[in-house]
Design a protein around this ligand. Structure first.
Ligand code: WT7
Length: 635
């Protein structure tokens, strides 16, 4: 990217694609395709779907007769695994690498061709079937970043079971709630996982969680770490032992699914109450992740793609597992984090594996930036062709560092805005789109975003408002699993006829979107989505706590950090020890990512007359900002 050769005048600081980037790009004319998709949404998506294989094609591309319960590729038969694995076995891709994995300590490398993926996924699929899991039933997956987590997800999909991956950084309460809500019969886990050289005892957390989950009949345990674990006979099975059984052969027929059959649920935090199970389906999600990755990151068979997200988040589902494999690229997965044992760990992997496209989060970039340029500069990063970011707004300073130090000022930075609910990229450039640091540019083909005020009226350019999406898209969530009413209320009621994102944003005069942040009680800690309600219930579960409030405040590296306010029960008094104990309590119950930055003891909390905690007021006070409209504040 160079600031020269302006094709058209734009406002603000603009980075135009270089001639080389344009020459390489698969899609050169962004405007033409955007216009085509804008005029014929169904035609655009039908063309995309036609690039994939179907057991039977659709009768109708989009059925919007029962809004907001949209259906895509109605009447079609498919299975996402058919396109992510099976179809590649008939082509040159059969012997290409699907997955490269490196252990945290760098001592082990495992690679799987598409042929080998088929064998491993089939094997796991046969084992899951042998555990009595049937089409449509839920399987909870709670593992570290090892190849078997990918096999487990894909194996469920292959047999038509619904996977529910719970991030391996969550702890007992979060896991238990998710197993229970999904009514899973089977849990797939590891003995432990590595995190910065330490062992996280996943199996022990599973044991503790399922004490209160009567639905669980079997637990499959992948041996990774070798830490001592308790195996309950009849219920717990070592994966490696199961693999030796005759049923665990590498042949399994892929189940024929309706396009609208559920593929997975993934829990995410909302504004109130417990996490919501976002439901995605085989057909639409398959087309959406395929098409977005193809255009946005321009992937091809020679690429070595690295998405640093954990499979436990939507980014891992869509762009570590499904999107890349449907596109037939080689995916790299790294077990560890960016700075263990040294802050060059990621740059070392890029050099070692010749990564061509690198997709990460602003929090990681900010964190690595602090260690200085000498770490990346030790490594040959010249294999890189494109860089990407996701999860929260990227501050221009971090964008520029990423562009200059990692991208050597020649690689476009693809800032992708989307959500667990959207399943695929929604606001994003492609490599030929001029970039502005901090903006995800414009909506993807076929989408229209509109920023509106409280009443739903579009606001003028450069004015903050609610970000809404006007058109349905194939990878959209279908519902909140088991709670259609909440789905309608949460996403389609505030502004009827459009999807409410929960974000506030601005649009500039070039039509570029600038995300400001969440408008609800969702906190983004290091790009991870957490609900204030979950942190508060964890605090209140401690015997000393009567009431609690959690808010997110700006943090240099994490983006936002959790700050809490606690009212104690009578008989308890504030102390530094108690504050520390409460922070630890949240960490033990929810997971280390939810550990509050601080705990402040208060005598009362600002509340509305109807008793709702006014977090907005706490936030303003903490930052020394005006408290805004406090007319509903109780005396
Ligand atoms: C929320 C969704 C799906 C990606 C991982 C997060 C924020 C996401 C961006 C971006 C500014 C972003 C939004 C959104 N967000 N990407 N490129 N720029 N903000 O998925 O956990 O469901 O969170 O993440 O606030 O609503 P998620």
């Amino acid at each position: 990217m160079a600031k020269t050769g302006k094709p058209k005048e734009m406002e603000g600081e603009v980075y135009y694609p270089s001639e080389q980037v344009i020459a390489q790009a698969r899609l050169k004319d962004w405007d033409a395709l955007a216009e085509k998709a804008g005029k014929d949404l169904e035609g655009f998506w039908a063309d995309e779907a036609n690039e994939l294989e179907w057991y039977k094609k659709w009768d109708k591309v989009l059925d919007d007769s029962n809004k907001p319960f949209y259906k895509w590729f109605v009447g079609a038969k498919t299975n996402i695994i058919h396109n992510a694995i099976d179809r590649h076995l008939k082509t040159h891709r059969k012997n290409q690498l699907a997955l490269i994995w490196e252990s945290e300590d760098g001592k082990t490398e495992r690679t799987f061709s598409y042929f080998a993926m088929n064998r491993e996924v089939s094997r796991m699929a046969n084992i899951i079937k042998a555990m009595g899991v049937q089409k449509g039933e839920r399987v909870t997956i709670y593992m570290g970043r090892v190849p078997e987590i990918v096999f487990a997800m894909m194996a469920c999909a292959k047999i038509g079971a619904i996977h529910s991956v719970v991030f391996g950084g969550f702890s007992v309460d979060s896991l238990q709630g998710r197993i229970d809500d999904s009514n899973s019969k089977l849990v797939i886990t590891c003995d432990g996982s590595y995190q910065n050289g330490k062992i996280v005892e996943l199996k022990a957390i599973v044991d503790e969680s399922i004490k209160r989950c009567p639905s669980v009949e079997n637990v499959i345990v992948v041996k990774r770490v070798g830490n001592p674990v308790v195996m309950e006979s009849g219920r717990d099975h070592w994966y490696q032992d199961l693999c030796a059984l005759p049923i665990a052969n590498g042949k399994c027929v892929t189940e024929v699914m309706d396009a609208e059959d559920p593929l997975f649920i993934l829990y995410t935090s909302g504004s109130t109450g417990k996490p919501k199970a976002i439901l995605h389906t085989h057909g639409g999600y398959m087309v959406g992740t395929y098409s977005t990755l193809k255009y946005v990151f321009d992937v091809n068979d020679e690429d070595r793609w690295w998405c640093t997200a954990d499979p436990g988040w939507i980014t891992g589902h869509s762009y570590l597992v499904y999107g890349p494999m449907i596109n037939g690229v080689t995916t790299f997965m790294f077990e560890g984090g960016p700075s263990y044992p040294y802050p060059n760990r990621w740059w070392q992997c890029i050099e070692r594996y010749g990564i061509t496209i690198f997709y990460t989060a602003p929090t990681a970039i900010r964190g690595l930036m602090r260690f200085g340029e000498s770490w990346p500069n030790k490594h040959d990063l010249s294999s890189l062709r494109l860089l990407g970011t996701v999860g929260e707004p990227i501050n221009p300073e971090a964008w520029k560092w990423y562009h200059r130090v990692i991208g050597k000022e020649t690689k476009p930075i693809i800032d992708t805005w989307w959500q667990t609910e959207t399943g695929s990229f929604m606001i994003t450039p492609t490599p030929v789109v001029p970039l502005k640091p901090g903006s995800g540019t414009r909506p993807f083909f076929g989408q229209e975003a509109e920023i509106v005020d409280e009443e739903g009226n579009p606001v003028p350019d450069n004015t903050e408002g609610y970000l809404t999406l006007k058109n349905p898209w194939p990878a959209m969530l279908r519902t909140i699993y088991g709670d259609d009413e909440r789905y309608v209320k949460q996403y389609w009621s505030k502004f009827p006829g459009r999807y409410t994102t929960g974000d506030s944003a601005k649009r500039d005069s070039d039509g570029y979107y600038w995300i400001i942040g969440r408008v609800d009680d969702v906190i983004k800690v290091s790009g991870h989505r957490l609900g204030t309600a979950e942190v508060e219930s964890a605090l209140v579960s401690h015997p000393a706590v009567a009431e609690a409030a959690a808010i997110g405040l700006p943090h240099d590296v994490k983006g936002q950090a959790i700050h809490t306010f606690v009212m104690l029960r009578t008989g308890f008094s504030p102390s530094a020890e108690l504050a520390e104990e409460l922070r630890q309590h949240v960490s033990t119950h929810m997971g280390p990512i939810a550990r509050p930055e601080d705990v402040k003891f208060v005598d009362k909390l600002p509340k509305t007359r109807s008793g709702k905690i006014m977090r907005r007021v706490l936030k303003a006070r903490a930052q020394g900002l005006p408290e805004g409209d406090i007319s509903t504040l109780e005396e």
